[in-house]
Design a protein around this ligand. Sequence first.
Ligand code: SAJ
Length: 423
Amino acid sequence: MDLNRFSTISIIGLGYIGLPTAAMFASRKIRVIGVDVNEDTVDTINRGEIHIVEPDLDMVVHAAVAQGYLRATVAPEPAEAFLIAVPTPFKGDNHEPDLRFIEAACRSIAPVLEPGNLVILESTSPVGATEAMAEWLAQARPDLTFPQKAGELSDIRIAHCPERVLPGKVMQELISNDRVIGGMTPRCSALAAQLYSVFVTGECVTASSPRVAEMAKLTENSFRDVNIAFANELSIICDKFGISVWELIQLANRHPRVNVLQPGAGVGGHCIACDPWFIVSSAPEEARLIRTAREVNDAKPYWVLDKIRSETCKILESSAGRSAADLSIACYGIAFKPDIDDLRDSPALEIVQSLTQSHPGSVLVVEPNIEVLPESLNGARLVSMLDAAEADLHVLLVDHKYFRALKPNTSAMIIDTRGIWTR
Ligand code: SAJ
């Protein structure tokens, strides 16, 4: 296969997925035009800098921009392939998928599309989104033909190739993970596979349709969500029975076909806590287990808050003359998972936010990955591990490496949602 077929590609959306993907293509000496609606993002990238934290991304972007292979802009330009990597949040009480960013991306690239172009949807999407994308493009460009009508003879090729990289390991996993390729026709798939083979060393596996590829991605994240929900439910049951969930999981996992995941303060991030809803909202009657897992994981921060409240009451009962306003609570970690600075949809952050509103005493936060607390934690103080040692109650929320290596020097009560200090 001719790997040099693509000399210029465009990535729409320069976020946690789009920017690493753009940098990866550019590192293979393909000209990449990165498009983002945010001018600050565009300026930052054009300076050879990055606006997100991801190991090794800074140096790859810096080199790609310095060598002239990566350039960012707010307005799409002609290219041979367009990869759409924009957010797909959900909206409303029923968690309906919100595809307006995909639609806006389609409207923005439509004027520059040319016959022979490939358009790939990378954003995690509900089943049917790729077909919707093809329709939006067809409406905007009636002069071009698209696979939904013209099949293999279409001017434009379309595929869904969901990203599946783990934040924190994006630069490795982009290369080594297998890639699911869901073209609207076999030729669409072949062209998309050819594009990714520029840097992917994993297998590019062809799905029979974009719908299967969409569902595969949702299944992966729902699988993890359901398994974490099982661990979270066990942690609550174990607390009731007065046994250690960590010991329990260690013992159960000695079985050759059992692999229970780790409980925690809840499930965060913008993927696992969001994507299963795309299945539930499209199949509400059928997706009972997936819905329940979401509810179990979403409820875990409230259980942790109840635990903090009941421990606070116990401390007050045993220390005459003190009121809640005299008690300080130290919280360890507010990121959505270990060893990152990403606070988006973080259950730990949600817990600390609620504490700052309900606890009349001081709330201390130890978070080695950030330098200032977000505004939503107004009232809390970012402190060092040493300064937190005096607190009356210690709540471990995220198992950062830093906390694994260092335990607070205290005889006070510890609530350890990750089992690293009290295991
Ligand atoms: N978590 C637990 N217990 C565990 C594992 C995770 O409580 O045993 C929590 C984490 O603390 C975090 C949340 O789950 O709050 C999600 O973290 P994660 O590391 O499981 O996943 P993400 O959201 O960073 O990335 C996931 C990955 N999906 C799968 O592993 C199936 C990644 O491969 C996807 O590309 C990514 O979602 C995405 O973009 O969809």
